[in-house]
Design a binder for this molecule. Structure first.
Ligand SMILES: Cc1cc2nc3c(=O)[nH]c(=O)nc-3n(C[C@H](O)[C@H](O)[C@H](O)COP(=O)(O)OP(=O)(O)OC[C@H]3O[C@@H](n4cnc5c(N)ncnc54)[C@H](O)[C@@H]3O)c2cc1C
Length: 447
């Protein structure tokens, strides 16, 4: 089966461009959609612009884990809120989100991994989660028929899952029904600045005036921002995923060890991927420029530097991608409507082997759909959620591989940043300026 959201997918949202709105949101992934939703709920007029199709990039391609466990402690309060928002959204929008609190289980093969779980659990104790350590025997009882030699695990029963490629389009439909103006296949070429502040956006279909712009452009945020001299050391890595044919249920939730990650899908298959750091680092000029910013995370987790391939043509960090273009010129965003990297089939073959080795009674899973996504990341693997250095600019990007679960919570927080409402969380760790103000870059947990 081909991936369900492509350049050929019908255009679902074709709002006429208004002359003026209160806020323009750039990017129709989960962050942009949820931000637009909460802004509209606060009574603002909102335009959401997506260069390709809603959820065409990371927000449909992810594993569908909605997890608290293993998170950076600064993200946890927002994630806890986000879980509550997912529950409300599921109650409101029905079963199409595929939302279930069926738990998340990390599996350890070594004492070192168990110690890492214990360390995180101790540090997160104050948040009152239901997370606990499981012994080898307890883990084996949770995964009947498994033969893998796990020493134990980290288990959060309240953690959840949702079906990314149905959930995010449904959330966008709900946002549109609430009055958000959404336009697919409409790239923002540039921010429109007047007297040093945001005056609007320049799109491929014309200009729209607004006082605030939210950049939630995923892997493209750096390229868009740097056109205006706003520097962000964002890079992206390719991650490969597959959907299996329907198979018997071995575990209802999400589980991962260092070789295999799997999530039971609503349709009776599994979403599977490598559990370790087998992502492909695609190199371009931005990667070179940001090398020193990434040294702390490379030291922290040397596996991240394993692959070095040139970013393909048209990708945000390809050598040939223009870094400057005029407002009346086709921009790199229109040249690549949907970032659709080729999956790494060798990685997938190893994942199939790992599944068969762990669950011999099920055998090697047959794959229905294979795909890859570009995970956008920042040097400390936590996002920027902050006002940008231009008045009227708000940045919500760099979700670093865990933005799906926290998306509703981030959307609510960003809406408060725009409106000056009560945020309710400490956003200091997500400051835009942390990469330039001499702060020590402390990578979040790589659990
Ligand atoms: C393989 C994989 C597995 C993952 N697994 C998980 C998981 O299990 N749980 C979890 O919480 N997270 C996971 N993630 C991370 C999660 O998917 C992302 O953090 C999240 O989807 C990011 O959402 P976003 O809205 O910031 O970006 P995106 O979903 O990438 O959306 C950005 C959108 O902006 C659009 N855009 C860019 N530039 C412009 C422009 N100039 N004009 C108009 N539109 C523009 C793009 O077309 C794109 O649709 C995973 C990611 C991947 C790739």
């Amino acid at each position: 089966m081909t991936f369900p959201i492509t350049d050929a997918s019908p255009i679902r949202h074709a709002a006429a461009l208004p002359a003026r709105v209160d806020v323009t949101v750039i990017g129709g992934g989960i962050i942009g959609v949820m931000t637009a939703w909460f802004l509209r709920q606060r009574g603002l007029s909102v335009l959401l612009l997506e260069k390709g199709r809603i959820a065409g990039e990371q927000s449909s391609r992810n594993w569908g884990w909605v997890r608290q466990q293993g998170r950076d402690l600064a993200e946890l309060p927002i994630m806890i809120e986000s879980l509550g928002l997912w529950k409300d959204l599921a109650a409101r929008l029905g079963d199409g989100l595929g939302f279930r609190q069926s738990g998340a289980l990390y599996l350890a093969r070594t004492d070192r991994e168990m110690a890492g779980f214990q360390e995180w659990l101790t540090s997160a104790r104050a948040f009152g989660l239901d997370t606990c350590l499981m012994s080898g025997r307890e883990t084996a009882a949770m995964l009947p028929g498994a033969v893998a030699p796990w020493k134990g695990g980290l288990w959060t029963a309240s953690d959840a899952k949702a079906e990314p490629w149905t959930a995010v389009p449904l959330l966008a439909d709900a946002a549109a029904a609430s009055g958000v103006l959404i336009r697919d296949a409409c790239a923002v070429r540039a921010l429109d600045l007047a007297a040093g502040r945001i005056a609007g956006v320049v799109t491929e279909a014309g200009r729209v005036a607004c006082d605030n712009v939210v950049v939630a452009a995923g892997a493209w945020s750096r390229l868009l921002l740097q056109r205006h001299g706003v520097r962000l050391p964002q890079l992206s890595v390719r991650a490969t995923v597959a959907e299996t044919m329907p198979m018997p249920e071995i575990f209802p939730g999400n589980a991962a060890d260092d070789t295999l990650a799997f999530r039971r899908r609503s349709d009776g298959g599994y979403t599977i991927a490598s559990g370790g750091s087998e992502d492909d680092f695609l190199i371009g000029p931005d990667a070179f420029r940001s090398f020193f910013s990434y040294l702390p995370i490379l030291r922290h987790d040397p596996r991240l530097s394993r692959f070095r391939l040139a970013a393909p043509k048209g990708f945000p960090d390809a050598w040939s991608t223009p870094r400057r273009w005029a407002e009346d010129q086709v921009s790199p965003f229109e040249a690549m409507r949907i970032l659709n990297p080729a999956p790494n089939l060798k990685t997938l073959s190893r994942v199939q082997d790992a599944f068969a080795a762990a669950f011999p009674s099920l055998g090697r899973p047959k794959l229905r759909t294979v795909w890859a996504g570009m995970i956008d990341t920042l040097p400390d693997v936590v996002p920027v959620v902050d006002h940008g250095p231009i008045p009227g600019l708000i940045i919500a990007t760099g979700m670093s591989g865990h933005g799906f679960g926290i998306g509703p919570g981030i959307g609510r927080v960003v809406a408060e940043l725009v409106t000056g409402g009560r945020i309710g969380h400490d956003l200091d760790r997500f400051r835009f300026a942390r990469f330039t103000d001499g702060s020590t870059i402390a990578p979040g947990p790589s659990l």
